[in-house]
Design a protein around this ligand. Structure first.
Ligand SMILES: Cc1ncc(CO)c(N)n1
Length: 224
């Protein structure tokens, strides 16, 4: 069990190797042992800042696609955490490294970044909350899983701030809340036996594609 809910565990298991390729990518291992070049990290952070803007838009879309007040509350809380806390972390780390906020704002979006965020947004635009959450879950919970593992296994302080953010109580709580939202949204729309629904395969495919696009994002990070 992952601790991020039942549906996430099922989706993660069916993603198979793709999940491992994402969460144990060379970029992640470089964060863990400090061998990731600083230039690659800063390049990644600038792209991730652009990513988070679109990712926030996708969570705003989750507010739009919500069908109950509890769903709205959960989506609003995540949206607020992204805009208020996570985007600030990126600006702070970039500023500490000598990159101004204006430079970060002006970052040109790489195709790997564009492909991923627009895939997530499109899943939400053309589908319902389940399609959107299936595309969002690898981002949210994947970083939660990576943060927790790296905090336990890290052998360097080089990327301690980054690791602490994703291993931290606040981010972990956001992952649990997203897991609770996903479980409840599935049951609300498809019933308790949602994994037998005709929609399940497609939700699994969406989750897996988003997982593959996350691995592509790390790979982009290695090539500034
Ligand atoms: C690419 C990517 N995926 C997930 C997260 C976690 O929010 C992030 N910051 N960036």
């Amino acid at each position: 069990m992952s601790g991020y809910g039942t549906a996430f565990s099922l989706l993660r298991a069916q993603a198979g190797d793709a999940w491992r390729d994402y969460t144990r990518h060379a970029f992640v291992e470089g964060l863990k042992d400090g061998t990731l070049p600083r230039a690659a990290f800063l390049h990644y952070l600038r792209q991730d800042y652009v990513f988070l803007i679109h990712f926030s838009r996708a969570w705003a879309l989750a507010v739009v696609k919500a069908e109950t007040h509890d769903e709205m509350l959960a989506a609003v809380a995540t949206l607020n955490a992204l805009v208020t806390d996570e985007l600030k972390l990126h600006i702070g780390i970039c500023e500490a490294a000598g990159l101004s906020q204006a430079e970060v704002f002006a970052t040109k979006e790489r195709p790997e970044n564009l492909a991923y965020t627009r895939f997530v947004l499109e899943a939400g635009y053309s589908g319902d909350l389940l399609d959107l959450l299936a595309a969002l879950a690898p981002c949210v919970m994947g970083y939660g899983e990576i943060g927790t593992r790296l905090a336990a296994e890290t052998t360097s302080d080089s990327y301690a701030d980054w690791i602490a953010t994703y291993a931290g109580a606040e981010y972990q709580e956001a992952c649990r809340a997203a897991g609770t939202l996903l479980d409840a949204a599935l049951i609300h729309r498809l019933g308790a036996d949602y994994a037998s629904s005709p929609r399940w395969d497609r939700l699994c495919r969406t989750f897996r594609t988003a997982t593959e696009l996350e691995a592509g994002f790390w790979q982009m990070g290695l090539t500034p």
